[in-house]
Design a protein around this ligand. Structure first.
Ligand code: SIN
Length: 331
């Protein structure tokens, strides 16, 4: 896109020609979904509804991914559920949620009023749980009072905080079965995967073959913090998921590896996104969009700030379309 030029008068002599920064085309397409820009809120970091709208115009973000929901309400894990780290934080929230129907009545209308493009994240303990959640979503999507509100489904295969449950995202055939079972939702489907495996490419391949339109890379790293005074884990759930800026290189590696192996599979990068640098790295590694997570706990304006930083970075580097960054490190 050509840059416009402005003539500004100067005190003496001829007018100076000053180039205005080029307009940046921020639009992106992720697994069948067109978005106005590539910056989203990550699941679990912006609540279930529109609470961030006190700080951020949700309609300006690419999308809002709501905290993972199941068909039934679930109380989550015992407190404390979050703990700060020098590199970010660790959580064991345990997927607390109101259940899909209550969410659709109470929270979805607020997200709609805020103009958000909503991505619903679902979780389950069994393939049947995921299938039921996907069926419930199909009903919601068909409701006349909520047309077009939900743009995609993110299937959370990688929560580290479900007691006694191993992750679907650590088992390629099981992950594929879940993805196949969620087709009934009738929405573009993104599989949210785990960094806690050396078989990420195999799992991503299995999800893609089972119908995933994109993969979100990645969820949190397994971790545990001990309070040395009490000699007990600081989190009520024991272990938890580590997130934040320290996750950046792990997420970049995950995106890089999957993009290299599966260049046709759209990727959403998540992990340590807190500024233009961390977002651009994920895009260059192969992501078409990024999710801001832990940064939002420290600053609820973080998603908007990352979007503004990214836009400014593109201006400053003569990048006229964010699409040209996607996968740039592989070319
Ligand atoms: C949680 O609610 O425990 C976190 C969800 C996740 O990491 O998937």
């Amino acid at each position: 896109m050509p840059s416009r030029a402005t003539t500004i008068p100067i005190a003496a002599g001829s007018p100076a020609i000053v180039a205005e920064p080029p307009t940046v085309d921020l639009t992106t397409t992720v697994g069948g979904v067109s978005l106005p820009n590539p910056v989203m809120c990550a699941a679990g970091t912006a609540g279930h509804g529109a609470e961030l709208s006190a700080f951020v115009d949700l309609s300006r973000l690419g999308a809002v991914v709501v905290k993972s929901l199941s068909v039934d309400p679930w109380p989550g894990n015992p407190a404390p559920r979050v703990h700060p780290l020098s590199t970010g934080m660790i959580n064991s929230v345990g997927l607390e949620g109101p259940g899909l129907a209550a969410w659709a009545d109470a929270e979805l209308p607020q997200l709609q009023r805020a103009g958000a493009r909503v991505v619903v994240s679902i979780w389950g303990r069994s393939i049947e749980d995921y299938a039921e959640a996907a069926e419930a979503l199909a009903v919601l999507v068909g409701r006349h009072d909520q047309p077009g509100a939900i743009v995609a489904l993110e299937v959370n295969l990688s929560c580290p905080n479900l007691a006694g449950k191993s992750m679907f995202a650590h088992d390629a055939p099981a992950a594929a079965q879940v993805m196949a079972a969620t087709a009934v939702a009738g929405l573009p489907r993104w599989a949210k995967l785990s960094p806690n495996t050396d078989r990420l490419v195999q799992v991503a391949t299995a999800c893609a073959e089972a119908g995933a339109d994109a993969v979100t890379l990645t969820n949190t790293l397994l971790g545990l913090v001990i309070d040395i005074e009490t000699r007990r884990p600081v989190l009520g759930g024991g272990g938890g998921g580590v997130s934040g800026p320290g996750m950046g290189p792990i997420a970049v590696r995950a995106v890089w590896d999957v993009a290299r192996a599966l260049p046709q599979l759209p990727i959403i990068g998540a992990g340590g996104v807190c500024d233009a640098d961390s977002a651009v790295q994920l895009l260059m590694a192969g992501a078409s969009a990024v999710q801001v997570g832990t940064a939002t706990f420290a600053d609820p304006r973080a998603p908007q700030r990352v979007l503004d930083d990214l836009t400014r970075w593109c201006h400053d580097h003569g990048v006229t379309s964010v699409a040209e960054l996607c996968g740039a490190s592989h070319r």
